[in-house]
Write a protein that binds this ligand. Structure first.
Ligand SMILES: Nc1nc2c(c(=O)[nH]1)N[C@H]1C(S)=C(S)[C@@H](COP(=O)(O)O)O[C@H]1N2
Ligand SMILES: [Mo]
Length: 314
């Protein structure tokens, strides 16, 4: 006899995607969402559980210890040292929080963070992150594709690029007093890059709500590009016709291009990009890793750049 154990799921109980989708739309419309959708109401504060379903996009490499992921950071609004964000980001106010999605779209919208947390099913995606400085990590993010949000606002035919804008909270961010960058921190992608399923809106890491130093309450993760493309603590997403000038292009155009695809063959003007140090595994004699084209995601994204000279478009 077939005995059901707790946790056994019958094929008939698996909700087909289409049914799930229409149910979700109905719930978003009627506001019945909070109680019924899978998102736990308590997934709000830093450290709260934020589970995601497994993703085929995950890499099977050893993950960087959470201690390193949360204490070795770049978040210049909180200071220039790697330890500054963990020390200073506690002051960041993450509620209330809204994200404006505007510009070349049929349906501009301002999403509350708690709406975004329910917009699509959360996924666990283990991505490589390669910083332009020459180090890398492997991080289990929690979130979903940016495309989920872009679909909602219906980009017009003029929407060629997507700009991502980070928050500025002057009184809470000691780093914005310095002029290293022109605040707010702005990054941008071509629309097809932004719509690529790998391009992720991140709400958590290691199965928990995102720590502030990692860009709470939501940030970008674009795994085939240098880490600086993955803007933190987003407050606006703007669809535009002309190629935006990102904060890093403005600061040093000869060093940081618009594309910023990880490319071992194109050195930074001041250092090679051929190898990288994997954070958490470094010892005195640990050999550096060879950096991979598109950070190892060439199979998925190289076709986006067919016919382009990637030495000129760095
Ligand atoms: N707003 C903002 N976003 C940012 C940065 C920043 O200084 N400010 N640094 C970028 C850089 S250079 C990197 S490598 C990654 C680091 O993300 P992590 O600290 O979560 O590893 O965030 C990116 N996003
Ligand atoms: Mo970086």
């Amino acid at each position: 006899m077939f005995v059901r154990k707790p946790g056994d799921v019958l094929p008939s109980e698996i909700t087909p995607e289409s049914v799930w989708q229409s149910r979700r739309e109905w719930m978003l419309r009627t506001g019945a969402a909070a109680a019924a959708l899978s998102l736990p109401a308590w997934a709000r504060a830093e450290g709260d559980a934020l589970p995601g379903r497994a993703s085929p996009f995950s890499v099977m490499e050893k993950q960087t210890p959470i201690k390193d992921v949360t204490t070795y950071n770049n978040y210049y609004e909180f200071g220039l040292d790697k330890s500054d964000p963990a020390a200073n980001a506690g002051k960041l106010q993450v509620r209330p929080w809204t994200v404006k999605v505007e510009g070349e779209v049929e349906k501009p919208a301002t999403f509350d963070i708690d709406t975004l947390l329910k917009l699509a099913p959360m996924e666990d995606r283990v991505y490589r992150l390669r910083c332009v400085e020459g180090w890398s990590m492997v991080i289990p993010w929690v979130g979903y594709s940016v495309a989920e949000v872009l679909k909602q606002v219906q980009p017009t035919s003029k929407a060629k690029y997507v700009e991502f804008v980070s928050v500025v909270q002057r009184e809470n961010m000691p780093g914005v007093r310095s002029a290293v960058l022109d605040w707010p921190y702005v990054e941008a992608l071509r629309i097809d890059e932004a719509m690529h399923p790998l391009t992720m809106l991140v709400f958590g890491l290691y199965g928990k709500v995102l720590p502030k130093q990692n860009g709470a309450p939501l940030r970008l993760a674009v795994p085939w590009k240098y880490g600086f493309k993955s803007a933190k603590s987003l407050v606006a997403i703007r669809l535009v016709e002309k190629q935006p000038v990102s904060s890093w292009m403005k600061a040093a155009p000869q060093e940081y291009g618009f594309y910023a695809n990880v490319n071992p063959d194109v050195p930074h003007p001041r250092w090679s990009q051929a190898t990288e140090r994997r954070i958490g595994e470094d010892g005195l004699f640990t050999p550096k890793r060879k950096t991979l084209a598109f950070n190892g995601y060439a199979d998925q994204v190289a076709s986006l750049y067919q016919g382009m000279d990637l030495k000129a478009n760095y």
